[in-house]
Write a protein that binds this ligand. Sequence first.
Ligand code: F6R
Length: 608
Amino acid sequence: MCGIVGYIGTRQAAPVILDGLEKLEYRGYDSAGMAVYNGTSIEMVKAMGRLKVLFELTHGGETLPGTAGIGHTRWATHGQPSDLNSHPHMNTEGTISVVHNGIIENYIALKNKLLKKGYKFLSETDTEVIAHLLDYYYKGNPMEAIIKVMHRVEGSYAFGILFSEFPDRIFAVRKSSPLIVGQSKEGCFIASDVPAILKYTRQVCFIEDQEIVCLRRDGLKFYSVDEEEIEKEPVTIEWDTNAAEKGGYEHFMLKEIYEQPKTVFDTLNPRIRNNEVVIEELGMTDEEIRNLGKIFIVACGSAYHTGVTAKYVFEGMARIPVEVDIASEFRYRDPIIDENDWVIVISQSGETADTLAALREAHKRGSKVLGIVNVVGSSIAREADNVMYTWAGPEISVATTKAYSAQLIALYLLALKFAWVRGELSADELKAYIKDLRRLPDQIELLLGCKGRIQKFANRYIAAKDIFFIGRGIDYAISLEGSLKLKEISYVHSEAYAAGELKHGTISLIEEGTLVASVLTQESLYQKTISNIVEVKSRGAFVIAVTNEGNTEIEKAADYVVYIPQTNRYFTNSLAIIPLQLFGYYVAVGKGCDVDKPRNLAKSVTVE
Ligand code: F6R
């Protein structure tokens, strides 16, 4: 969702900015632009469409001279995708240029005031208001103007700002929208996410809410909104630069699906010692774990689906009641949180606006919050009381796969830890669970071997109109994710249903040839779900079943079966999701969809 890159240094800025924007393509966008100080004035190029258009317009940045500039990929919120609505936006004289990520909630009121003062607007965006407001407050001191704007603006923002009267500086500021800064011998950078600048530097600083950064060629200075200077130590980013490259795979999504054995291992391994689960970052005493009343798990999309699985695991294994909430619901539903309850928020990006708001809501109600987060230093990671990182590395494809798998592992580990401390597990049981966890990476590897078979099967369904996913218990949670994976990248309509719920309405949609993907990994529920399979088959459905090795009885009911290796009933999601991810992927590939960047979607949803 909108990407910002800025550079000031000794190199030509435009190619560096284009290169960085390319690394942010995964965030989703519909137009792109750059503004560079060319020695006498600010020159701007922007266009609707892919970065390729901007690349061609500027010959890869070469035709835009200058060593200080800002760039942007826009994901339209206010005003449709168009050349005019693309960022940067400028004041009328073209002396102030702004790129923006976020939403200015009071932009209409601000715009009306500026219109009355004679300002003319070219676009429908909320961002153009900022360019004119800066102009209105600018009396020769950029910091003063920026601070005044910060006091007037409501909503979320990350800004990169260029003043032609101060061509040796770029200014950046943020509130509830991601922005990082980096420094190398060749200059300073701003970016919405680390991969954009990883090629140039690993030394990164995180900007806190309502801090201002002034970047010069030779260094960075941070200020509070009261203009007091703030000292910051850079953090060294350890990510492998190759992690943000496709490495020979046709798509990032396929690469990330294949990275899952490693991701699972990396999330698991540091937290298992001598057959014990050790989560140093948990920040809960054994006493607090024993006294836990209830756990609220709050997240969005796929991360929410891991929470649905976790409900079954926590309740079954550790006997702790769990409520799972979609973050955009939780934040407004006036939840009842008691003293001994904890809130767990789950987020790959750590920047999802609704999840962040839910975290803040939980804090307001006096609850402690544990974040399960992938991106180090992200807003959720910084605001949660404690953070359990998933160590999946950068996930570029918009549709999550490896981060989802890592989140599941983090949740299993927490469930085991809680169950052990609360006396719900014997040492032998704990040992057996840990053994099963350790086998998951190899078992996932094995399942990835079914790629060819799934591809063939998927090719038969590229023209499908509706696909249904059904399951019970944890299998329902897997179905939710299988369905989302398919629909978000292939645009085939699909729905996930608790298998027993089908006959309360949805079964009327089943007709001759409708594909029903059924998940049966919970032994105690096999027979129940088989009955549901029989019901849909008798109405003409074609049924694929994902089930445990050995459950050959299913072959009598289903038309096509994918077996997953044996594990215990709580961890089956980590295996059953693999064929479903591959299925979604190959249907999308077969239809010629832009798999890594599905339409209308953004990787990091930083607006409500
Ligand atoms: C689906 C997907 C989304 C995210 C959701 C939350 O493939 O990726 O549903 O899971 O937007 O994002 P994070 O985890 O960054 O909070």
